[in-house]
Design a protein around this ligand. Structure first.
Ligand code: GLP
Length: 250
């Protein structure tokens, strides 16, 4: 694993954008796995800026997002489809048909999960998967104690995730209780993984995920077994890892 440590959120976002942009430059028709949450927003802004300046093109890129709330349609402002349109897809030159997320309104959950796994396979797999980490170590919506062997599936969200995501909704009661998520198996099959972490409140989980034991109780800890992971964080988020002697390359 390579660890890059930036001074602050802006620096981390620029570094993450560099890594994503490099993949697009090397393979303009690559498949990017994308994430929501507040951590990747700065990287998305940076990529949008480079695209607007004509330095980068996503016209042949395909994207597959990690997850979507069950019950929210693409026009719902808290749906992840809406989030992606607002923060990235609407700002870059990617054809909308090349952008994929699970469909929160799909009538048949099992069929939707199979469709999504099939789609990823037909695209040739994911070249670079971007991940944030939840406070409880979740990646996508793979909550603690789920099997590492799952593909896309439906999950019930834990109370801690519902509380963490309530900030995006008017009330906690409005947060959907279920979501579709790529499974750990799908994530681990990506050829490369980029994890972004920011802020002191992520320092403990970053430490447990990358220096603690590999255990389903901390879903992100499985990433220690992936051969091509880059962790990109700011000083606050990486402080505990660095105190423990983790090697940082820049
Ligand atoms: C949500 C998303 C995750 C994301 C997590 C952390 O639960 N499903 O993919 O990593 O939030 O979000 P943030 O970056 O806002 O801390």
């Amino acid at each position: 694993m390579r660890i890059y440590c930036a001074k602050d959120y802006e620096g981390m976002s620029r570094r993450a954008a560099n890594i994503i942009a490099a993949h697009v430059v090397v393979d303009p028709a690559c498949v990017l796995g994308l994430a929501t949450g507040s951590t990747p927003v700065g990287a998305y802004q940076e990529l949008s800026r480079r695209c607007a300046q004509g330095d980068l093109s996503f016209s042949r890129v395909h994207t597959v997002n990690l997850d979507e709330y069950v019950g929210l349609g693409s026009e719902h402002p808290q749906s992840y489809r809406y989030f992606m349109r607002k923060n990235l897809f609407g700002q870059i030159d990617i054809p909308p048909a090349n952008t994929h997320l699970p469909d929160g309104l799909a009538p048949d959950a099992e069929a939707e999960c199979s469709r999504y796994d099939r789609l990823i396979r037909e695209l040739g797999g994911i070249d670079l998967q971007l991940l944030g980490i939840g406070h409880n170590g979740h990646i996508g919506f793979n909550e603690p104690d789920q099997a590492f062997t799952l593909g896309t599936h439906q999950v019930r969200l834990t109370q801690s995730t519902i509380e963490a995501n309530a900030r995006f909704f008017a009330t906690e009661a409005e947060v959907p209780r279920a979501a579709y998520t790529m499974g750990i198996k799908t994530i681990m099959q990506a050829r490369a993984i980029l994890v972004v972490v920011s802020g002191a409140e992520k320092a403990d989980i970053a430490y447990r995920a990358f220096l603690g034991p590999v255990t389903p109780q901390v879903p992100a800890s499985i990433l220690q077994l992936h051969p091509h992971v880059t962790l990109c964080g700011d000083l606050a988020a990486l402080s505990k890892l660095m105190e423990a002697g983790a090697e940082v390359c820049g």
